[in-house]
Design a protein around this ligand. Structure first.
Ligand code: NDP
Length: 446
């Protein structure tokens, strides 16, 4: 990076947070975009704004003891990183996955600051989770873990303080168990303390669908800038969880053929177009593996090893996890004629792969813009909770559409303003940052 202020901030991040490589990567990507902004705004350096931005306001690490079905005591480690509250209460999901560590939660929390700013809905950035693996656990084990986890987390959250939601490994079941325990501890029905709740008890219609739907809405608007649409596109979506399933549904609704999806063990290709009902039955009802799809469907094949990005497509939607699309994958995608890549997951594309796609004229939607529909609809859930109201599915989906269009346009306009036309990575970083920075300036040295 060529700006000395930004360089020194980044050096400090490396020194102060050793070994947190995902956090370093996320900070680097944002700081890289900010050079022209700090040049335009020397006042940021005077108040050490970037130094404050990269240091979480609060980080909590705690032990989660629970008893498994065999009566054995298990111990997990859990985190909540409350990164930045300049725009509102901390907001961001909880991830339960064995790979969770402090660096991963910090990268996710840092990204969340800018994503939440882009929604325009008055929410700060935070993230949390645990190295607990829900795969293969009984419902009762998951419940006991969630109750123990919430017993400590409850001291740090609240509807005006910090409002967690789901992420990898945390869906409706886990949110239910955590909400039940919070309610018991608080002796209050504080609906707005968690989002992603069930629709019958404070949840918002369209929240389950929101991240995947929003991803496709954002991508559709990017395609429109090239006089294209989803209609007739050949799409590959990685993952087969919450984000992937509803991205597949929306893309199909808009006329695309979605030919492949995956889980951590392998991927399936179905040239007839994926049968979404079957995927939902396997993943949502049975909590099964994607390999079961190929066993049930003669037109499909299951591939272990290799990369899902080897499957030719014109639109790629990485929606599983961080760093799942590398430079080699990007080269394959370009060779196969990809037109757009948009990130359903957080930071799924490695930095050199992102550069390669952009250099080759591929429309590239970064996660902090393209997958912001989930947190945006969580903020709509908070609005409904505050008013003890419930909106219809169509009304909520319409709001989501407006928000995704507005995020797209803000990113595009900001990129134009700084002479980076069509660069959504730059536009998202700078538009999100500017809103947070202005609020931090106004609120003094805190
Ligand atoms: P889910 O737990 O519902 O699904 C995750 C999917 O990704 C599963 O198919 C899982 O496979 C796969 N996966 C997870 N880890 C890995 C890995 N290390 N390697 C390969 N595949 C993996 O999570 P979500 O759909 O909610 O989240 C997916 C991504 O979207 C994450 O990056 C998350 O941060 C991001 N996101 C989610 C939002 C939401 O509203 N849920 C909002 C914004 C972003 P397996 O079952 O085999 O582990």
């Amino acid at each position: 990076m060529s700006n000395s202020y930004i360089d020194s901030v980044y050096e400090q991040v490396l020194t102060r947070n050793p070994g947190e490589k995902e956090f370093h990567q996320a900070v680097h990507e944002v700081l890289e975009s900010l050079e022209p902004v700090v040049e335009r705004h020397p006042e940021y350096e005077e108040v050490a704004l970037l130094e404050r931005l990269v240091e979480p306001e609060r980080q909590v690490i705690f032990r989660v003891p629970w008893v498994d079905d065999h009566g054995r005591v298990q111990i997990n480690r859990a985190y909540r990183v409350q990164f930045n509250s300049a725009l509102g209460p901390y907001k961001g999901g909880l991830r339960f996955h064995p790979s969770v560590n402090r660096g991963i939660i910090k990268f996710l929390g840092f990204e969340q600051i800018f994503k939440n700013a882009l929604t325009g809905l008055g929410i700060g950035g935070g993230k949390g989770g645990s190295d607990f693996d829900p795969h293969g656990k009984s419902d009762n084990e998951v419940m006991r873990f969630c109750q123990s986890f919430m017993t400590e987390l409850s001291r740090h959250i609240g509807e005006s303080t910090d409002v967690p939601a789901g992420d990898i490994g945390v869906g409706g079941r886990e949110i239910g168990y955590m909400f039940g325990q919070y309610k018991r501890l608080a002796n209050a029905y504080e609906a707005g303390v968690l989002t992603g709740k069930g629709v019958g008890w404070g949840g918002s219609l369209a929240r389950t669908e929101a991240t995947g739907y929003g991803l496709v809405m954002f991508t559709e608007r990017m395609l429109t800038t090239r006089q294209q649409s989803f209609d007739g596109q050949r799409v590959v979506v990685s993952g087969s969880g919450n984000v992937a399933i509803y991205a597949i549904q929306k893309a199909q609704e808009l006329g695309a053929t979605v030919v492949a999806c995956s889980d951590s063990a392998g991927y399936v290709v179905d040239e007839d177009g994926l049968d979404l009902d079957l995927i939902r039955e396997i993943k949502e009802l049975r909590r099964g593996r994607i390999s079961e799809y190929a066993s049930a469907k003669p037109s499909a094949r299951y591939v272990v090893g290799g990369s899902i990005w080897d499957v030719p497509c014109t639109v790629a939607l990485p929606s599983a996890t961080q760093n799942e699309l590398n430079l080699l994958d990007a080269k394959t995608l370009v060779k196969n004629g990809v037109v757009a890549v948009a990130e359903g997951a957080n930071m799924p594309t490695e930095p050199d792969a992102t550069d390669f796609l952009k250099e080759n004229g591929v429309l590239f939607g970064p996660g902090k813009a393209a997958n912001a529909g989930g947190v945006a609809t969580s903020a709509l859930e908070m609005q409904q909770n505050a008013r003890r109201d419930q909106w219809t599915f169509d009304h909520t989906a319409e709001r989501l559409q407006q928000i995704m269009d507005s995020i797209h346009d803000r990113c595009a306009e900001t990129a134009d303003d700084y002479d980076h036309p069509g660069d959504y990575v730059f536009g998202a970083n700078v538009a999100g940052f500017t809103q947070v920075a202005d609020a931090m300036l106004a609120q003094g040295i805190i």
